[in-house]
Design a protein around this ligand. Structure first.
Ligand SMILES: NC(=O)c1ccc[n+]([C@@H]2O[C@H](COP(=O)([O-])OP(=O)(O)OC[C@H]3O[C@@H](n4cnc5c(N)ncnc54)[C@H](O)[C@@H]3O)[C@@H](O)[C@H]2O)c1
Length: 269
């Protein structure tokens, strides 16, 4: 169901690793809606992922960049503008990684070098990307920047570990930088808080199967899928949401406003 909502718009999509990635599915939807973009991911992910296949499907090119490296991001933004022939209209930050989660270190037993690495990759990278775009004046007026987050920024999900803190930081950066981007460049900045979704990053969280079923049974509409997230992102990249900014927007089937559902209550009776 394409409506040409992004015809003539250009951007950068971070974080497509494989066909389950939210960024992968979003890239396909952006393409269907007439948007043009450059794909990027960490150099190490290029070797693991199938990103070239996605580039072929969507008529895009891939420019590797470690999102923690200012130098890489600067080169990426310059090359993207050169390739696309001008300033950008949209950017998707779809990046997350916790070394503590990966290596099974609990929240009460952090390796702080790993904590710092995770914060840099998952949250500070968003600041670095926006600061680079801002300094280079790389965004067109009424452009849109979106990052993906999770509700553990507001509520406790023990196994989400230090990613909860990273997401709280990410959401705060969206508001703080969004102010300056709005005031100076008329660009909007939002985060989408997505349901648990079976991707490489999602499935890395301990007890993910229980986590995803619980959220599904708590939500009146069930969990939002990666495709739902892609569609929501399309709306935020389109001209239909020009004055939506500084928001953390829940795409979660209603989960975030639930106390308990009958489906979940039944398990305790
Ligand atoms: N899957 C879920 O349950 C869920 C729920 C809410 C929010 N999110 C968020 O959605 C976003 C996308 O994750 P996903 O679920 O599609 O998983 P994914 O594993 O497919 O994507 C994560 C991406 O981050 C990239 N990345 C890691 N380190 C990087 C670096 N240094 N530089 C550049 N890129 C780097 C990875 O290569 C990968 O492409 C993340 O921010 C994640 O936290 C996911």
């Amino acid at each position: 169901m394409a409506n040409n909502l992004l015809a003539g718009k250009k951007g950068i999509i971070f974080g497509a690793l494989d066909e389950n990635s939210i960024a992968w599915i979003t890239a396909n939807r952006v393409h269907e809606e007439g948007g043009q973009f450059v794909l990027t991911n960490a150099p190490v992910a290029m070797r693991m992922g199938q990103i070239n296949e996605l580039a072929q499907q969507t008529g895009s090119i891939v420019i590797p960049a470690d999102a923690t490296s200012i130098e890489d991001i600067e080169k990426l933004v310059d090359a993207a503008m050169a390739h696309l022939g001008g300033k950008l209209d949209f950017v998707l930050h779809s990046i997350g990684m916790s070394v503590n989660v990966r290596k099974g270190r609990s929240y009460t037993d952090q390796n702080y070098d790993w904590t710092q690495k995770g914060t840099d990759v998952s949250a500070m990278s968003f600041h670095k990307v926006m600061q680079t775009l801002y300094k280079k004046d790389a965004m067109n007026e009424w452009g849109s920047i979106v990052a993906l987050t999770y509700m553990a920024a507001q509520r406790v999900f023990p196994d989400y570990n230090d990613m909860a803190d990273n997401k709280a930081y990410l959401e705060s950066i969206a508001r703080s930088f969004g102010y300056f981007f709005g005031r100076d460049k008329k660009v909007r900045v939002n985060t989408i808080s997505q349901s648990p979704t079976p991707t490489t990053a999602g499935q890395g969280v301990k007890g993910f199967d229980g986590f995803i079923s619980y959220a599904d049974q708590m939500s009146p509409l069930g969990n939002a899928t990666a495709m739902d997230c892609a569609n929501y992102t399309i709306s935020l990249f389109s001209d239909l949401t020009r004055r939506v900014t500084l928001q953390n927007l829940y795409n979660d089937g209603g989960f975030s406003n639930m106390g308990v559902s009958e489906l979940v209550m039944d398990k305790f009776q």
